[in-house]
Design a protein around this ligand. Structure first.
Ligand code: DX5
Ligand code: ZN
Length: 217
């Protein structure tokens, strides 16, 4: 199981200290939410911020781009130091363009992830499972941290797990939104490989919160 704390819920006045704290835990990835104020009604970090974080941590940089133009921003954030770029199906809404961007990201030596919002049917992801490194099931409407987990997202996780096994794909399943000690158990039982957790990690004692997630597996 992989734990990816989401930087969105960090105390921004203590970034270096909190990054150092994370390095001592079981967390292997750092989830960085990029929002453009257009695809979602919130605006977050630019490439200079991501570059600075890159230089302060050895954690894998898992960059979730909630933007209307993922083709443009994938390169911007790869340049800034992302190891994994996850973009949204809804932003392109065209299987050929989605496939092209997955291959483009991988041609730069980076991992490619594809995400869907809660209202988007999971079947749209199936044609890409053989190529993708990761699928991200949103368990809240993207835009803000601290929202309540949507249990219906677990049906999507089970369906994806089934498809991935059928296809003998190595694609990982990530879940993002409302993850805490209890919802993590539900997600893991449904087949999730990677938990994103923002407020649960950073609004509590960081080390203890990550330990409770880790011990759930
Ligand atoms: C929401 C973001 C999440 C967010 C999760 O749009 O994609 O990554 O940080 O925050 P929590 O864990 O607080 O729901
Ligand atoms: Zn996210």
């Amino acid at each position: 199981m992989i734990i990816a704390p989401s930087i969105l819920s960090m105390d921004f006045s203590k970034i270096p200290t909190q990054l150092a704290e994370l390095e001592k835990t079981e967390a292997q990835w750092l989830h960085v939410d990029i929002m453009d104020g257009h695809f979602v009604p919130n605006l977050t970090f630019g490439p200079d911020f991501v570059k600075s974080i890159r230089n302060q941590t050895k954690l894998l940089m898992d960059v979730h781009i909630m933007v209307s133009d993922p083709v443009y921003f994938a390169d911007v954030f790869i340049e800034a130091g992302a190891d994994l770029i996850t973009f949204h199906y809804e932003a392109l809404n065209d299987p050929q363009k989605v496939s092209r961007l997955i291959h483009h990201i991988q041609s730069k030596g980076k991992k490619a992830g594809l995400s869907i919002k809660p209202a988007t049917p999971v079947e749209l992801l199936y044609p890409f499972l053989k190529d993708l490194d990761l699928v991200l099931v949103m368990s809240v409407n993207p835009g803000f941290g601290g929202q309540a987990f949507m249990p219906e997202s677990l049906v999507k996780v089970s369906q994806l797990k089934h498809q991935i096994q059928l296809m003998e794909s190595s694609c990982l399943i990530q879940i993002d939104g409302g993850i805490n000690q209890d919802t993590a158990v539900m997600a893991l039982n449904s087949g999730v490989d990677c938990l994103v957790a923002g407020s649960y990690v950073f609004k509590n004692n960081i080390a203890k919160a990550i330990k409770t997630l880790w011990e759930n597996q």
